[in-house]
Design a protein around this ligand. Structure first.
Ligand SMILES: NC(=O)c1ccc[n+]([C@@H]2O[C@H](COP(=O)([O-])OP(=O)(O)OC[C@H]3O[C@@H](n4cnc5c(N)ncnc54)[C@H](OP(=O)(O)O)[C@@H]3O)[C@@H](O)[C@H]2O)c1
Ligand SMILES: *[C@@H]1O[C@H](CO)[C@@H](O)[C@H](O)[C@H]1NC(C)=O
Ligand SMILES: *[C@@H]1O[C@H](CO)[C@@H](O)[C@H](O)[C@H]1NC(C)=O
Length: 284
């Protein structure tokens, strides 16, 4: 009968009882600003897994061409295949940041085709669990300082001519919440991460005349393979919770948006800054 409700599909057949706005109107004009990093090139070290991988993916999603790298060819290939499979513009190269030959732009072969570098993001780090200061051997110190502190500065020196071909640039170092707080088992690591805060300030001043900004990302506990050793020591997590009410462990993606922002022109007046992504913060 007439009173019987029509199935929905039938009810919607025929002209709609109202006018839909034209399709273009439903996409805000803001999408033209979506690719904030279009036509720019990013080099991200230690980017085949974890935080570096999430950063590489985000920078590419925001329009940059990204050169991913790490020590192992197999990991590089895997990361490149995965990101290219998502339709992203990436290339890859092996780069152990502690090895001089790998830091040469030749080692970053992909760069030759890029016409310059806009962003250098130094994510590669050293496994943190090396014990106390007094127990750390000279070799541990060398490795820690080589990879964490010296490598970003030396890599920058190598890539600077490529960065100077562009209008300006952005460098981002990755420190750690450990830079601010003494925790028994991570001391040499923490000291190397504290040094990065100083390196950020010093490089920012030195590179300002070249219009290259230098900032520092300071992650808290982020869920990656690297931090599993930290999770194995529950006292750290208990400490973080008690000290600053941190409610959850961070994910690599939590670190990615801020890096994209710091590279973007929206951050063009931000340099020498360090920003915690830790579910808490120790700055005033
Ligand atoms: N996860 C955390 O809770 C946390 C907190 C604060 C700070 N951070 C910092 O964030 C950075 C990344 O950590 P993550 O947790 O993302 O680690 P992850 O998941 O273990 O990934 C590390 C990545 O770096 C590469 N890598 C390691 N040593 C390298 C070297 N010498 N040269 C070049 N690439 C290297 C690894 O690939 P290959 O094995 O192929 O080299 C991998 O792609 C580190 O600097 C770490 O200190 C992490
Ligand atoms: C640290 O770097 C120096 C200078 O390049 C090198 O001689 C040394 O072997 C490196 N040490 C480690 C442990 O990586
Ligand atoms: C090292 O880092 C952890 C967190 O990553 C922190 O809790 C600890 O206090 C730091 N220790 C130092 C500087 O020895």
């Amino acid at each position: 009968s007439m009173l019987k409700a029509k199935p929905l599909t039938q009810a919607w057949r025929g002209p709609l009882p109202f006018e839909l706005p034209p399709l273009v109107r439903r996409t805000s004009s803001a999408v033209t600003r979506g690719a904030t990093l279009a036509n720019q090139v990013a080099v991200v070290t230690g980017s085949t897994k974890g935080i570096g991988f999430a950063i590489a993916r985000r920078l590419a999603q925001d329009g940059a061409h990204v050169v991913v790298s790490s020590r192992k060819q197999q990991n590089v290939d895997q990361a490149v295949v995965e990101l290219q499979g998502e339709g992203l513009s990436v290339s890859g190269t092996v780069c152990h940041v502690g090895k001089a030959e790998d830091r040469e732009p030749g080692g970053h072969g992909a760069l030759k085709h890029c016409g310059g570098v806009d962003f250098l993001i130094c994510v590669a780090g050293v496994n943190p669990l090396v014990g106390g200061i007094l127990g750390s051997s000279e070799q541990v110190w060398d490795k820690m300082l080589n990879v964490t502190v010296k490598a970003p500065a030396l890599l920058l020196t190598q890539l600077l001519p490529h960065m100077e071909k562009r209008k300006g640039g952005s460098m981002i170092l990755i420190s750690s919440v450990g830079a601010y707080m003494p925790y028994s088992k991570l001391r040499a690591y923490n000291v190397s991460k504290t040094a990065l805060l100083g390196l950020t300030k010093a490089l920012a001043v030195e590179l300002a005349p070249k219009n290259i900004r230098v900032n520092c990302l300071v992650p808290g506990v982020i869920d990656t393979a690297f931090s599993q050793v930290v999770f194995e020591d529950p006292s750290l997590w208990t400490y973080m919770k008690a000290l600053c009410g941190t409610q959850r462990v961070g994910q690599p993606e939590d670190c990615a948006g801020i890096v994209s922002f710091l590279c973007s022109s929206d951050a063009s007046y931000i340099t020498a800054e360090s920003i915690m992504v830790a579910g808490c913060s120790f700055h005033l």
